[in-house]
Ligand binder design. Structure first.
Ligand code: NAD
Length: 294
């Protein structure tokens, strides 16, 4: 069993971006900028946005946190997004989800200029992804693609089974892997909560991607020898031995499955760290396109 070290790859990506940004600064050029918009006081969202702001600062990227009150109206939020769409200082716009109930998330995502859609959630980005055009890819699945690429894990002709069909992980990763291009070209099955027995599918996987949100759902009996396992799940379970009283585990029962796997991502330290790295990478891409660097 070999570990796919997402922490290391994410650090490599951040370092590569930092060098590029240093070079821009040395040449007195503009540098990429990301604005993160947060509405309300959701504690988990606060943690995520702070991590994003810190990550930008560490690589020398410009960033701003736009904190808005819980009661802001949809129209006011749309106006703020429109202002950032026109603001040359910011190349990427991220609206932290979830939004309060009185705001229509789809309308907000659709209001972001697709050229600044660094989360890859805009329907134009999603549509382009499906038809194989270059676009912003949603950060977590894009991070999985990057892990497979950097560990030179063959995907061409391999059977990838994705468990979970969310719009932010399951569906986009399946669409990325099925494309006729290098680093993809896989045979993809998506299974989900309506499957009577997911093990029927998971046992066939050369590469298994679990994105469900159920602790230790995938056990060793459900996979074949030498499977490559990508565990996206982040689940909190009770742990009397930990000071906090809980620990974080994935969707895959690591101890058992890792004995059969050829490659496996740990939780934490696998897919998790890649999400912010790919957000930074997407912001650099937005900058390059807007500034015509390519
Ligand atoms: P979601 O709740 O939107 O989707 C879960 C999917 O799992 C659904 O499509 C559902 O059909 C499927 N499902 C539920 N129960 C099932 C079962 N018993 N068998 C088969 N399929 C089942 O979740 P999500 O946003 O895709 O996130 C999935 C997990 O990944 C969560 O633990 C989340 O915290 C984690 N996550 C991690 C990152 C990261 O590492 N950065 C990013 C996004 C999500």
């Amino acid at each position: 069993m070999n570990i796919i070290d997402g922490k290391k790859i994410a650090a490599d990506i951040r370092e590569e971006l930092k060098l590029k940004i240093n070079l821009l600064r040395e040449n007195k050029k503009n540098v990429p900028g990301l604005v993160t918009i947060i509405v309300g006081e959701n504690p988990a969202s606060q943690v995520y946005v702070n991590m994003k702001i810190k990550a930008c600062a560490e690589i020398g990227m410009n960033s701003k946190l736009e904190k808005l009150g819980e009661n802001i109206s949809q129209d006011e939020l749309l106006k703020i997004i429109d202002d950032y769409n026109k603001d040359d200082y910011f190349h990427g716009i991220l609206v932290q989800l979830p939004l309060p109930k009185h705001i229509d998330e789809d309308k907000i995502i659709e209001a972001i200029n697709p050229s600044k859609d660094v989360d890859g959630f805009h329907p134009i980005s999603v549509g382009k992804l499906i038809i194989g055009k270059d676009t912003f890819k949603s950060c977590t699945p894009f991070g999985i693609m990057e892990l497979l690429k950097r560990y030179k894990i063959e995907t061409k002709g391999k059977h990838v089974v994705v468990v979970g069909r969310s719009n932010i992980v399951g569906k986009p990763i399946a669409n990325m892997l099925v494309q006729k291009e290098e680093g993809a070209n896989a045979i993809v099955t998506i299974c989900h909560s309506a499957a009577p027995d997911i093990s029927y599918y998971t046992k066939q996987a050369d590469i298994l991607i679990a994105a469900v949100g159920r602790a230790n759902l995938i056990t060793k009996e459900m996979v074949k020898e030498n499977v490559v396992v990508i565990d996206v799940g982040i689940n909190r379970i009770k742990d009397a031995e930990s000071k906090k009283g809980y620990k974080i585990v994935g969707d895959v029962e690591f101890d058992g499955v890792s004995k059969k796997a050829s490659w496996i991502t740990p939780v934490p330290g696998g897919v998790g760290p890649m999400t912010i790295a790919m957000l930074l990478s997407n912001t650099y891409k937005a900058y390059s396109l807007i500034e015509n660097l390519n």
